[in-house]
Every structure is written in structure tokens, then in C-alpha cells.
Design a protein around this ligand. Sequence first.
Ligand code: DQA
Length: 146
Amino acid sequence: PKVLVIHGPNLNMLGKREPEIYGHTTLDEINASLKNLGRTLNIDVETFQSNHEGVIVEKIQKAMGTCNGIVINPAAYTHTSVAIRDALLLLDVPIIEIHLSNIYKREPFRHKSMIADIATAQISGFGVQGYTMALEGAEKIISGKR
Ligand code: DQA
């Protein structure tokens, strides 16, 4: 099985970006640990990051029929993007929404997620650990263990 992990805008700056909120781990480190975990779980993990909404939309469109699950941190687009929501609706696979921070504990504009109600599950506030949990959760759902 294959899981596509999508990281939205500014997540390429992890490590340098507001470390008190997002921690010190870099995106490369997160991706490497997900690929590693994927080998253990027998999941082929592809990772992708873009700062551009349309590029993310096109990546999701191309995922149609080619992956068994999506793990996505849409970052700021979480709160704004009907386009990413609509693209995800094209897919017939489990979608795990993940945020490093607890978005419900932060500014009111972060409390609304445009994808929460179409996601299979949401993880928010566990820091980088959330990515591991998201992939493990995706694997369980895909393999029917949940
Ligand atoms: C984020 C939360 C968003 O509100 C923010 O715009 C991000 C990261 C998170 O992982 O906590 O860029 O998705």
C-alpha cells in the first residue's frame, strides 16, 4: 500500500519557523522518519511539500487511483482552501489531517478547518509525533485493523 504525505506552505521552514510552536525538527527529518516507519509498516511513503495552493491541488488530483491513503497538513490552507477540500473529495481513500500545534488552542481564525468534516481523522497538538501517529493510523485503517 501507498500513502501520500502532503505538507502545505511554510512547512519547508520547520526547524527555523516559530520553534516554540512548531519545534526544532526539520521537514527532512520528519520525512525521513516517515519513510523509515513506512518500511516497518510495509507502506510505501511518498512525501510532498508545496507553498502553492494550485500545486497541492494538482498533486491531489494526480493521487487519484494511485494511493491508498493521504496524510495532509495543509498548514495555513487548512483555514482557507475550498480548492484543496474539493480536490480531496475526488479521492476515495482515508484522509488523515494533521497539525503540529493544537489549532483549537490558538487564534480564532485557526479554529476552523476546511477539511475536518471530510477527513477520516484529525490529529492536532502532538508536535512531530503527530506525523508518526497519522501514518500508523492510516496503516491501521488501510489494512482494516480499525
Ligand atoms: C499548522 C497550523 C496552521 O494554523 C498554520 O497555518 C500552519 C501549521 C500546524 O501544523 O500546526 O502553518 O497546520
